[in-house]
Design a protein around this ligand. Structure first.
Ligand SMILES: Nc1nc2c(c(=O)[nH]1)N[C@H]1C(S)=C(S)[C@@H](COP(=O)(O)O)O[C@H]1N2
Ligand SMILES: [Mo]
Length: 578
């Protein structure tokens, strides 16, 4: 039945020019590795290697110890510590460390390890952080990549760097597609885990451990801080109440950092950002990305301090509580379980990257099953955020593999006067449109923000024909469910670049076949003569150098059947509103 829909279309030959990809990462054909530079941060005009933080932290730790020990010799400080010994809550928790709490604590940590590793991999795909949405090279505040070369075309793919396999997942260059499946799938599990945690702590008395109920939490926190730094630790009653410092830090981690990670995560996606207007203009993608990174730093700091203190302030007691739920300071059982858990985590840690490379397609499919549907709910929301002329970015990154065919070169040479856009497939009225005919159609202009999967963004003004106008002319048949865009250009791995969109997305007001950018004819690098704009999707779905459009019932027969070139070859998802 499928074939009856797909045969005899005018694009049948194009379909043959697609190529199938392997189901694993073929390391020979993959982007060659490229090292970055030490992560550096801008301070004024200078770039400072952030690894200086390590010696700086050691020196400040020593200083703080000296200061705290001095402080404790003052009678006023001693009185203060006596008055505020540390414990923050007047009401003790009576339910101990129930199994659900210990399980959620473990899963939280387990998910986070992989979320963090995959997150760093995503960052390495565009290893610069900006505050403003335009990503002009040189205006970043953080990077681990050299300055953008001025003497050659430097695409955003060129910018990606390789991470060690033990750090990133999967640790190969430009593997954002695969890293995102880990990141998003475990995000979903982490969010669900966190929601169950929120519900259960308030359904029981566990919330008292981490939610301050009295202003005395602040003097108690200060007092505990002095006590920790002076190396005479406060008396622990962790089974019953946490001290002020613990309470504040846990509260920030659970109720501020975690929700902020979620919010700044989804705001980096085009569907939310291009729908939420003002919010997205203030909390633009790059600011959201920067805050997302700051939250990562907080979590890394927290995990380090939390585990260090758990081990140095009564290791056996702490581990018995959190692993076994018993209030026993002398048994070694908790330590044994902890070591077993560490061994398990280490095994999974080192298997994650090779597994991802070997079973890339399965990972893509599993991720699609787990989060694909939920993510694509965002597409029900028509994108409507547009910008004004003065928001247009001074710099707009270029991405992708440029067209090189003789056919394209010939068309380009004489200004596309012989260009013919073919629109066929499951339509009542297959058509070809010349460049002149397209320009004579009702023109729409829109100033919108572009979101590349790698992390950069930019605002540009696009002028062209709304896709819905073309659809009205060719009249889709009822069984046309998807719209395929074929490029003149090949993809990085050979075979022509294509992508598949849902009918719904193509009917949205801002879906545009653009032949102008910023008031000028679309130039070669940005997709001349025609490129797609679909404002609730990531950039890779917006095919440049379009040669034909085909309406189809399904896309399983195209390429490797994943719904687009990068879906086939780089294991991206087909719906990409986030
Ligand atoms: N034909 C073709 N279209 C393509 C690509 C490509 O490689 N080939 N890259 C995509 C990606 S990943 C992005 S982010 C945008 C970039 O558009 P720009 O170069 O105009 O910024 O084009 C998309 N369209
Ligand atoms: Mo992209």
């Amino acid at each position: 039945m499928l074939t009856s829909h797909t045969n005899k279309t005018s694009q049948a030959p194009l379909e043959m020019n697609l190529n199938a990809a392997t189901d694993h990462v073929n390391l020979e054909g993959w982007m060659p590795p490229q090292e970055g530079i030490a992560p550096s941060m801008r301070v004024g005009r200078a770039w400072i290697n952030i690894l200086w933080i390590i010696p700086l932290a050691v020196v400040s730790l020593i200083l703080m110890i000296v200061v705290a020990q001095q402080l404790r010799t003052f009678p006023a400080v001693q009185e203060f510590i006596q008055r505020y010994p540390g414990d923050a809550s007047p009401v003790p928790v009576t339910s101990g460390y129930p199994l659900w709490l210990r399980a959620l604590h473990f899963f939280n940590f387990f998910f986070m390890l992989f979320i963090i590793r995959a997150g760093i991999q995503i960052l390495a795909d565009f290893p610069r952080l900006f505050l403003r949405r335009d990503c002009t090279p040189g205006s970043e505040w953080f990077h681990f990549q050299r300055d953008v070369p001025q003497d050659r075309l430097w695409t955003s793919k060129d910018d990606s760097v390789t991470l060690p396999k033990w750090l990133g997942i999967p640790g190969i260059r430009h593997s954002v597609g695969l890293a995102r499946w880990w990141h998003f799938s475990f995000d979903l599990l982490w969010v669900l885990n966190g929601l169950v945690f929120y519900v259960l702590i308030f359904a029981t008395d566990q919330w008292r451990r981490i939610v301050p109920t009295s202003w005395s939490v602040f003097p108690n926190a200060l007092s505990t801080l002095i006590q920790y730094f002076s190396l005479q630790f406060p008396v622990e009653h962790g089974w019953l109440v946490y001290n002020g410092l613990q309470q504040l830090v846990y509260f920030i981690t659970v109720f501020i950092a975690a929700p902020l990670a979620f919010i700044t995560g989804v705001l980096q996606g085009p569907a939310f950002s291009n729908r939420l207007g003002l919010i997205a203009k203030v909390l633009n993608r790059q600011l959201a990305r920067t805050i997302h990174f700051a939250v990562l730093c907080w979590f890394l700091f927290f995990i380090f301090v939390h585990t260090t203190l758990a081990l140095i302030t009564g290791m056996r007691g702490n581990l018995n509580r959190i692993f076994l739920g018993i209030n026993d300071v002398s048994s070694w059982n908790g330590v044994g379980v902890y070591l077993l858990v560490l061994a398990l985590l280490a095994a999974v840690w080192f298997l994650a990257s090779p597994f991802t490379i070997r079973y890339a397609r399965r990972l893509q499919k599993a991720g699609e099953m787990l989060v694909g549907g939920i993510k694509s709910l965002a597409e029900l929301w028509e994108p409507n955020t547009t910008y004004s002329e003065r928001d247009i970015s001074p710099y707009f990154w270029v991405n992708g593999t440029l067209p090189t065919s003789n056919e394209y070169n010939a068309l380009q040479k004489n200004g596309f006067v012989n260009y013919k856009l073919r629109v066929g497939g499951l339509v009542e009225n297959p058509q070809t449109f010349s460049y002149e005919e397209l320009k004579a159609m009702p023109k729409q202009e829109q100033i919108t923000k572009h979101f590349c999967i790698q992390g950069w963004s930019g605002v540009a003004k696009w002028g062209g024909v709304p896709v819905r106008h073309i659809l009205e002319i060719v009249k889709p048949k009822p069984e046309a469910h998807y719209v395929v865009f074929y490029s003149f250009a090949e993809g990085a791995d050979g075979g022509i670049y294509y992508d598949v969109h849902s009918m719904r997305n193509m009917r949205y007001k801002l879906s545009l076949l653009a032949y102008e950018m910023n008031g000028e004819p679309l130039n070669f690098l940005h997709g001349a003569p025609l490129r797609l704009r679909c404002e609730n999707q990531l950039g890779f779905k917006m095919v440049k150098w379009i040669q034909a459009i085909e309406l189809v019932y399904d896309f399983k027969h195209l390429g490797s059947g994943q719904g687009g070139y990068n879906e086939d070859h780089e294991f991206y998802g087909n719906h990409m509103p986030i």
